[in-house]
Write a protein that binds this ligand. Structure first.
Ligand SMILES: *Cc1c(COP(=O)(O)O)cnc(C)c1O
Length: 449
């Protein structure tokens, strides 16, 4: 077997996610034979450093010995069982652990099997809670400009990235969209905290005006990842928590991408010292091994569904693979690694090292912004540094960085013209230097003329 064989067979039967398949007349799909730590190996003997954690899911490397061993053990006892009327130790232990590590007040865990499904669950639960409380008029959701919450119709509706959303607009529920706290647009010399708090007025106004008809506000705490890794200050979340309480509206924290240490704390909400009413988790939850998601919520919300069956107040939502035993075991092992290896503390050194390594980009004539929150760093390429005028998207400058980096052995996958790093936590300093150097060379090539 070689790269070309598998690529051609793939092209004749497969349809890949988030891809214009015609692009692959020009660029090959890369078949991966095996992974080890931060490295991915193809069939022709090339290696790629996985600088984006395989779409933000991998935390402790490919073929992690500890997770591998736990999964082999789990496989010999139970792979999966129906999760209605039945349970198993990995599901219970993972839920107990999640409750103990997430912010105060989140005491109930509902499993689903991917991030978008978790968002659907949170939206339905919030709406249904208010219905059970006799608040039938609450049917709407507030979301932030430039947010992303997944691709299923409900999740897409509360998202706001036009590239993914516009085509399907006729199919989507109406939402209230509020200007983002994203600090890219702050004035020269203005602090992140000042800009993000100043932007809160839009949210305050929307809540004041629509509270009677709004179930929840949904946000990605601190980093709008799919929205070009745009970042904001924790103060916004503090203000949002207080306003949601004041106007009796739920707060849904979508920590699907930012959870599990990505922002420097185990969960991003910790930096604002707040507890949401719903927290959606997925991606890093299984260390990047298996699809699983969880929605954590409060006992108050749980109790509003708890009654005699004939009252028909139950949350009648399910997915076939809800609470999959293998996935739960991977999740449990992932959280064990966090604890045993003091990962959040260890990551601080890596975070500092990444910050130093990417500093060189600040002076680049086609870089308008170099930003970082914990283990997420992004470099924004623009046509005009002074005015922040973007490159026309048709020029696909980010794609040039992608291709150059692959040819040098680094998997980067820029979002439009934003080059970012979101590496597994097992990356070392030498690998960071290599990753950033390749990105630097790629940026030179992509921004030439
Ligand atoms: C990836 C992502 C989702 C969707 O998760 P999937 O597992 O891809 O469906 C939702 N919200 C955020 C913030 C994400 O980054």
């Amino acid at each position: 077997m070689n790269n070309q064989d598998l690529f051609l067979r793939d092209l004749s039967v497969l349809w890949h996610p988030c891809t214009q398949m015609k692009d692959h007349e020009t660029y090959p799909i890369i078949p991966i034979k095996q992974g080890q730590g931060v490295w991915l190996d193809d069939y022709d003997g090339n290696r790629y450093l996985d600088a984006i954690s395989s779409w933000w899911v991998n935390l402790f490397g490919h073929a992690n010995p500890k997770i591998n061993a736990a999964l082999k053990d789990q496989l010999d006892s139970l792979e999966h069982v129906i999760f209605a009327g039945f349970t198993h130790a990995p599901a219970v232990e993972l839920a107990e652990t999640l409750v103990s590590v997430t912010p105060e007040g989140l005491g109930r865990v509902f499993y689903a099997d991917n991030g978008s499904s978790a968002v659907e669950v949170a939206l339905k639960m919030s709406f249904h809670y208010w219905l059970n409380e006799g608040r039938q008029r609450k049917t709407k959701f507030i979301t932030l400009e430039n947010s992303y919450h997944g691709e299923t119709l409900g999740a897409l509706a509360v998202g706001n990235v036009p590239l993914y959303k516009e085509t399907y607009a006729p199919l989507l529920m109406d939402v209230i969209t509020v200007s983002s706290p994203d600090c890219y647009y702050r004035e020269a010399g203005e602090s992140w905290a000042d800009y993000s708090s100043r932007q809160f007025v839009h949210m305050e106004n929307a809540l004041k005006e629509h509270a009677d008809s709004v179930c929840a506000v949904i946000v990605e705490p601190l980093v709008q990842c799919a929205g070009n890794m745009r970042m904001y200050d924790p103060v916004y979340l503090k203000l949002l928590r207080a306003a949601c309480d004041k106007y009796q509206v739920h707060l849904i924290a979508d920590e699907i991408a930012v959870g599990f240490g990505r922002t420097g704390t185990l969960f991003a909400c910790e930096q604002a010292d707040i507890s949401p009413d719903f927290m959606c988790l997925s991606k890093g939850l299984t260390g990047g091994y298996l699809p699983l998601s969880a929605v954590l919520t409060t006992e108050t919300i749980y109790r509003a569904f708890y009654d005699d069956y004939r009252k028909l107040t139950a949350f009648l939502h399910s997915h076939s693979y809800t609470g999959n035993a293998l996935a739960c075991r991977a999740g449990l092992t992932t959280l064990e690694i966090f604890r045993q290896h003091n990962v959040i503390e260890q990551n601080k050194k890596l975070t500092t090292f990444i910050a130093q390594s990417i500093e060189r980009f600040t002076g680049h004539p086609h870089v308008s912004d170099v930003r970082q929150t914990g283990m997420i760093a992004a470099i924004e390429l623009v046509k005009n540094k002074q005015t922040k005028e973007p490159y026309p998207w048709q020029e696909r400058r980010g794609l040039k960085v992608y291709q150059y980096a692959l040819s040098k052995g680094v998997l980067l996958r820029p979002l439009g013209n934003v080059v970012y790093f979101m590496p597994p936590y097992v990356i070392n300093e030498e690998q960071i230097e290599f990753m950033v150097e390749v990105a630097w060379q790629g940026v030179q090539i992509a921004t030439k003329n």
